[in-house]
Write a protein that binds this ligand. Structure first.
Ligand code: TXA
Ligand code: MG
Length: 335
């Protein structure tokens, strides 16, 4: 049985309902087919990484129908508005600071203070986003490490039944992923080239726009290897007990976590204790990961002791991020 469904008012309505209720839907955009999930729902966003088999949590582009919807997620400064006026809807993504009240899951930002937003022009994508009424996180709809899909058949070959529905229109007109423009720094920077060129953007802004040079600059786009979320507090992985002064990031039951020298995790203050998933659910853990690391990243804590997370399925991506976070802290916790 195929889950490829031709675009019609009925199928768009069903796809919108599936998205709202936390399911994955592949849908066309003018660049490539996207693997969509409700960006407000961390567990739905976690399913994207699982379906793609991504070994790590790269941040996701959040798709909205118009600039007004984007402005509820990110701080649209004057430059961003000028770019939006000229290039949206279209094959261009902007990276901007998250609003303080941004409702999108932290998993969409992979813990970074920024969020990528895009308004696609494709008619089906537009209709779907309007009906869904929620921002939709969507990377390209392919297994990690394979080519981006430009037809519904590509999506089906790559993802099979991992998606609830593949909303099918014809082949993508642009066929190349969107230009990624970072407007979160001092000067506009193109992190990923696409159909909209740096000189197109420079002309619209009457300002210079540079391409990010991977050979000389520090990597910025986590997909292109990585500026990633790095807590200031040291992380101690695979902890089976706590040292005095450590905060606890638990997975599963922490009932038997003791504190060396006396005491028990369950008596610790609320501010020093988080549980990725008491029931041991990896979707829930993935959805909670960055928020809980942020919560525990305080000078009051000597380190964050992290209980082991199984290295299967989404657990691989969770462990990848934990290892990177642990390696990037200056004073790695020992033992
Ligand atoms: O054309 C496209 O952009 C397609 C369609 C579906 O919209 N989507 C797409 O998504 O190509 P994805 O996940 O395959 O690529 C997103 C790129 C990655 O290189 C990612 O690292 C970067 O954008 N990115 C996303 N959020 C970012 C952020 N907050 N900071 C830096 N880079 C970010
Ligand atoms: Mg991709």
């Amino acid at each position: 049985m195929t889950n490829i469904i031709a675009t019609s008012p009925e199928s768009i309505a069903r796809a919108a309902e599936l998205l709202r209720s936390g399911h994955l839907v592949a849908f066309p955009t003018e660049t490539v087919y996207g693997l969509g999930a409700n960006a407000l729902d961390g567990q739905a966003a976690a399913r994207i990484f699982e379906a793609k088999g991504r070994p790590s949590f790269n941040p996701l582009i959040v798709h909205v129908p118009d600039m007004q919807a984007a402005a509820t997620l990110v701080d649209m400064n004057e430059t961003a508005r000028a770019v939006a006026d000229r290039f949206w809807p279209g094959p261009l993504t902007m990276i901007l600071p998250r609003r303080a009240d941004c409702p999108a899951s932290e998993l969409c930002s992979a813990g970074l203070p920024t969020l990528a937003v895009r308004v696609p022009a494709d008619k089906t994508a537009q209709a779907l986003l309007r009906q869904a009424g929620v921002p939709v996180a969507a990377p390209s709809a392919n297994r990690s490490g394979t080519l981006s899909p430009t037809t519904p058949a590509h999506v089906a070959d790559s993802l099979g039944t991992a998606v609830a529905m593949i909303l099918a229109a014809g082949p993508c007109t642009v066929g190349l992923e969107s230009t990624v423009l970072d407007l979160s720094g001092d000067t506009p920077l193109v992190l990923r080239p696409g159909a909209v060129s740096a000189s197109d953007i420079a002309a619209a802004l009457e300002e210079e726009v540079a391409y990010h040079d991977e050979t000389t600059d520090t990597p910025k786009s986590p997909g292109q290897l990585l500026r990633h979320y790095a807590p200031r507090t040291a992380l101690r992985l695979n902890a089976i007990d706590l040292k005095p002064g450590e905060a606890l990031l638990a997975f599963g039951s922490d009932k038997f976590m003791g504190i060396r020298g006396g005491g028990s995790a369950k008596d610790m203050p609320d501010t020093a204790r988080r549980n990725l998933s008491e029931g041991g659910d990896l979707h829930e853990a993935a959805a909670n990961l960055f928020r809980m690391l942020h919560d525990l990243d305080r000078p009051a804590h000597k380190a964050i002791a992290v209980m082991a997370v199984p290295d299967t399925g989404l657990g691989r991506a969770i462990n990848d991020r934990l290892r990177r976070a642990a390696a990037s802290t200056k004073n790695q916790a020992q033992g």
